[in-house]
Ligand binder design. Structure first.
Ligand SMILES: [Fe+2]
Ligand SMILES: [Fe+2]
Length: 388
C-alpha cells in the first residue's frame, strides 16, 4: 500500500478534478430567446427560438391539448427556425418548442398560441412601431400595449437594435423586451440604419428572400416592405422590384413600409430649422423619387420611422397636398429611443405631430380603415378614418 500512495493518489486526485471540472464546464442546454413568430400566411407559420448550445429543434402544435402534430428538425442549431405547414386558414393553434441535449434531456418553453392569416373578407388589425433600440424598458411597455390590442401581426419600422453587428443586442434589445407579443404575434421588420445590414438580421428574421425587402398579402391588403438604406432610384434592382410588386397587386388597401421618411418636420436631421438662415428640405429628399411609384400605383399609406416621434401627413401627390388621390405618410418612430424635436414652425404637409413615445394600431374591414395612435401610457392622441 505504502509504495503506491503519493504518485497514485495525486494522479487519482488530478483525474477526478479534471473529470469533475469538465462535467461542470459543460453548460446545460437552455433556451436563451423566444419562441417568436415570423413570416406566416393562411396555411403556414414560422416559429423561431435560440438555445445556448447547438441542439435539434421540434415544435409540437395542435388546435387543442394534447398537441398531437409536430415538425422536427434533427440537425443541431442554435438559432432554430421551424416552419409549420398545411395549417387551416384563420385558425388558432397552440404550440410548444422543444430542443434536446446530447443526453436526451428536453428543454422547452410554455405553450403559446398563434393564429394563421385570415380570409380576404375578414376584418383584421395590425400594429406599427419602431426605433426602440437602446431602451428595452420603454420598448417592453410599447410591446405589451400592442399585444393588448390583439393584432394579427406587427410591423416594425426599424432600428430594433443599437448596433446590428453586436449579437447580444438582438436578444437584449429586440427579442426579450417584446417576448410576450412576439411569442403570439408575427413581426415584420423594415430594416433600419442601426441594423447595419448585419448578418445577425438575416439570422434572427425569416421573411421572403432577400429578406431586407419583401412583400406579403394579408386579408384584403398588400404590404410592400422596402430597404431604404439602399439607394431608391430608377434602374436600381429594388426600385424595379417595388414597381413590379405594386403594379401586380389588386388589393383593396396598399401599404408601403420603410425606415427613412420622405417627409418629416424633424428639427435638425434634414437641415437646421431653428437657424433661420439654413435651408431645410424637411425630410429625406433622396426618398422623394420612389414616392412617385406610390402615387402611380395608388398606395394608401406609407409607414416610416428613423425620427423618434410621430407625424402624420395630409394625403400627398408629387410634393403637394391632394385630398382626392394622395398618399398619407405616418412616421411612427417613438418606440423607445430618445425623442427628437420638431421644427419650430409648421410644415406644409403636416396634419398632426406628437412628441412622445408611441405606437399605432390599424383596424381594417373591407373598404373601411381606422388608424389609432397611442402614447406609452395607452392614451389615444390621434386617429384617422379612411373609406373607399
Ligand atoms: Fe432611430
Ligand atoms: Fe434610423
Amino acid at each position: 500500500m505504502r509504495g503506491l500512495t503519493v504518485p497514485f493518489v495525486s494522479a487519482l486526485l488530478f483525474l477526478s478534478f479534471f473529470l469533475s471540472a469538465n462535467a461542470f464546464s459543460e453548460e446545460p442546454l437552455k433556451i436563451i430567446a423566444g419562441p417568436y413568430l415570423m413570416d406566416f400566411d393562411q396555411t403556414r407559420m414560422t416559429v423561431m427560438w435560440e438555445t445556448n448550445l447547438p441542439a435539434p429543434s421540434k415544435v409540437l402544435y395542435g388546435e387543442e391539448a394534447p398537441l398531437t402534430s409536430e415538425v422536427a428538425r434533427p440537425e443541431p442549431a442554435t438559432i432554430h427556425e421551424v416552419v409549420l405547414e398545411g395549417l387551416k386558414p384563420e385558425t388558432s393553434y397552440y404550440y410548444q418548442i422543444l430542443s434536446t441535449d446530447s443526453a436526451g434531456k428536453e428543454v422547452t418553453a410554455e405553450v403559446a398560441t398563434f393564429m394563421t392569416a385570415v380570409h380576404p373578407d375578414t376584418a383584421f388589425a395590425y400594429c406599427v412601431m419602431g426605433d426602440h433600440r437602446t431602451y428595452p424598458d420603454r420598448y417592453e411597455k410599447i410591446a405589451d400595449l400592442a399585444y393588448a390590442e390583439r393584432p394579427n401581426f406587427v410591423i416594425n419600422v426599424g432600428d430594433v437594435v443599437s448596433n446590428g453587428t453586436v449579437k447580444q443586442q438582438w436578444i437584449d434589445e429586440f427579442l426579450f423586451p417584446a417576448r410576450k407579443l412576439m411569442a403570439r404575434v408575427p413581426t415584420y421588420i423594415s430594416i433600419g440604419n442601426h441594423e447595419k445590414n448585419a448578418d445577425w438580421y438575416y439570422k434572427y428574421v425569416s421573411y421572403p428572400k432577400p429578406e431586407n425587402y419583401y412583400s406579403f398579402d394579408f386579408g384584403n391588403s398588400h404590404f410592400t416592405i422596402v430597404d431604404s438604406n439602399q439607394p431608391l432610384v430608377p434602374g436600381q434592382d429594388q426600385y424595379k422590384w417595388i414597381e413590379q410588386d405594386l403594379a401586380q397587386s389588386n388589393a383593396t388597401w396598399k401599404f408601403v413600409v420603410h425606415h427613412h421618411p420622405p417627409y418629416s418636420s424633424d428639427e435638425n436631421d434634414y437641415g437646421d430649422t431653428v437657424k433661420k438662415f439654413e435651408k431645410t428640405d424637411r425630410g429625406e429628399v433622396d426618398m422623394r423619387e420612389v414616392t412617385k411609384l406610390y402615387d402611380k400605383y395608388d398606395v394608401d399609406l406609407v409607414w416610416v420611422g428613423h425620427i423618434h416621434d410621430y407625424e402624420r401627413t395630409w394625403p400627398l401627390t408629387d410634393g403637394k397636398v391632394d385630398q382626392e388621390n394622395g398618399v398619407i405618410y405616418i412616421q411612427t418612430g417613438g418606440g423607445g429611443a430618445e425623442l427628437e424635436n420638431f421644427a419650430p414652425t409648421r410644415s406644409w404637409f403636416t396634419a398632426k405631430v406628437f412628441r412622445g413615445w408611441q405606437f399605432c394600431s390599424v383596424a381594417i374591414h373591407g373598404k373601411t380603415l381606422r388608424m389609432m395612435a397611442y402614447d406609452i401610457d395607452g392614451k389615444m392622441y390621434d386617429y384617422l378614418d379612411l373609406a373607399k
